[in-house]
Design a protein around this ligand. Structure first.
Ligand SMILES: Cc1cc2nc3c(=O)[nH]c(=O)nc-3n(C[C@H](O)[C@H](O)[C@H](O)COP(=O)(O)OP(=O)(O)OC[C@H]3O[C@@H](n4cnc5c(N)ncnc54)[C@H](O)[C@@H]3O)c2cc1C
Length: 286
């Protein structure tokens, strides 16, 4: 469990991190280290250089501007879970971050590292999809934005170019009458999601005006369950309708591994999806 040899650099700014990424062959950014270091110890990753971005102040923090709340890439899971601003404006993100791993993981792991690693068992990717978040990237060609739905492209693979840094993620502030919920069936040892369901529901006059649902754990990339929620708008979201739409979940090529088969994960997702939608509905009406 000893990593192969690597050079260590510390970047003091985003520009310096980009310059180092461009100059050093096979370099990797280091944020909280809770995915990269285990990968290096197992020699699944053998970067020639590690660039520590952990002290770049501009990458950290939560800031609301109108209908958007921005979360810096270096913001730790524990800070997100405890943020009063996020609990009010994007409760789904705060709830999911509070369910990651254990206190040690939440005190080191970061939003940017979590989504850059793009582990299908991670908790935050489905949250980004469910709320329609936008990922901000900086690289040698300048800055760009990628919608969450386009960011996750395959297993452990994102739209991030190796020369780019995630700077922040923008989350829309939940509209009045919105309830959100994140539920997961977690692995008992690591806390990772075998299946995680992220739901957001908006009610007006007792009827649904908007609904979204996304899952972690059932496919290589987070699954946006549009087929489940498309029929919900206009309805009252009673338990019977939620039970019937949950059965519509359809996943091409579900993920199966030593922890759970693909069929079992999809069955779990139907149950957790229904429960997450019901919980979001109850919060929206409460
Ligand atoms: C025991 C244990 C349990 C865990 N349980 C859970 C869990 O239940 N749910 C969950 O979601 N996660 C879990 N995790 C993972 C945890 O959330 C990690 O912290 C996270 O996945 C990676 O974030 P990090 O800041 O540690 O990134 P690092 O490990 O530092 O980096 C991970 C990858 O992201 C890249 N990267 C980091 N920051 C940036 C950036 N700003 N721009 C571009 N690339 C970047 C790195 O180069 C690297 O490739 C667990 C980890 C451990 C060790």
């Amino acid at each position: 469990m000893v990593p192969s040899a690597f050079d260590f650099h510390r970047a003091g700014s985003v520009d310096e991190a980009i310059e180092l990424l461009g100059r050093l062959p096979d370099a990797k950014l280091l944020a909280g280290g809770h995915s990269l270091i285990p990968m290096m110890k197992l020699r699944l990753a053998q970067p020639g250089a590690v660039i520590d971005i952990g002290r770049i102040q501009e990458l950290s923090g939560v800031c609301r501007d109108g209908d958007v709340v921005s979360v810096g890439a270096l913001t730790r899971h524990g800070e997100i879970a405890a943020s009063e601003e996020l609990r009010a404006s994007c409760p789904l993100l705060a709830e999911a971050a509070g369910k990651i791993g254990d206190p040690a993981v939440r005190n080191r792991g970061t939003l940017g590292g979590n989504i850059a690693h793009a582990d299908p068992a991670s908790d935050l990717p489905a949250v980004l999809i469910a709320v329609g978040a936008v990922v901000h990237l900086a690289g040698p060609e300048g800055r760009r934005q990628v919608a969450a739905r386009d960011f996750f492209v395959d297993l452990l693979t994102t739209a991030l170019d190796p020369a780019e840094v995630i700077t922040r993620v923008d989350f829309p502030v939940a509209a009045p009458g919105t309830g959100q919920a994140y539920l997961k069936h977690e692995h008992p040892a690591s806390g990772y999601a075998v299946v995680g369901a992220a739901a957001s529901v908006t009610l007006s006059g007792g009827r649904c005006t908007a609904a979204s649902l996304a899952f972690n754990g059932i496919s290589a990339v987070p699954h946006a369950a549009d087929e489940v929620v498309s029929g919900l708008v206009g309805g009252t979201l009673d338990d019977a309708s939620l039970a019937s739409v949950s059965s519509l979940l359809s996943v091409r090529d579900p993920l199966g591994d030593v922890h759970a088969s693909g069929e079992y994960r999809v069955e779990l997702a139907r149950v957790y999806g229904r429960r997450a939608l019901a919980s979001a509905r109850d919060r929206a009406s409460g």
